[in-house]
Write a protein that binds this ligand. Structure first.
Ligand SMILES: [Zn+2]
Length: 174
């Protein structure tokens, strides 16, 4: 590859990241939840099921799982940039994760989301084990009390049945 080709590829990728950040800034806002869950991410417009709400971008790779990291593969963990890193867990989420072209995850609406609603995802759909939510404050009807990670989901869990989880977990021994 010539230098000019490499420069061109790099500038396309940079544009792509800038585009992703713009889309995120248009789609969501980071606000206080007004409760014990601290900050959260809220829809800035209405979404239909299947729409990308947040494009995840990697801030840095992590050596081990942290309370804020996302698991991308066995022993692969990354910290995502805001707003993705701020999205709270729910046992009954309105977002699912899908691998994206940045090596991170996109957050896709799995139901209608109204402007100003908080957007959430289920941490167990990326984390095989979960250290982030020892006591769950999601207050959904089917709240599991804590987010124990993928390994703690029952086989009939709706997110499992729908296939809304990280591809690497397809090989998980259950
Ligand atoms: Zn819960």
């Amino acid at each position: 590859m010539s230098n000019s080709h490499i420069m061109k590829s790099l500038s396309i990728l940079t544009d792509d990241v800038a585009c992703a950040k713009q889309l995120n800034a248009r789609n969501v806002r980071i606000l206080s939840t007004g409760g014990d869950r601290g900050r959260g991410v809220f829809a800035a417009r209405d979404f239909l099921p299947g729409e990308i709400v947040i494009i995840g971008l990697i801030e840095r790779m992590e050596r081990t799982r942290t309370t804020n990291s996302f698991q991308l593969d066995w022993n692969v963990h990354a910290l995502f940039q805001e707003p993705a890193v701020i999205v709270n867990h729910s046992c009954d989420p309105n977002l699912a994760i899908v691998p994206n072209r940045f090596g991170a995850y996109d957050f896709v609406a799995i139901q209608q989301i109204s402007s100003d609603a908080e957007v959430t995802w289920n941490y167990a759909t990326t984390e095989f084990e979960c250290v982030g939510v020892s006591v769950c404050l999601c207050s959904s009807e089917n709240c599991q009390g804590s987010a124990g990670g993928f390994s703690a989901l029952t086989p009939d869990h709706p997110m499992l049945v729908a296939g809304f989880y990280a591809p690497y977990l397809k090989n998980a021994r259950r």
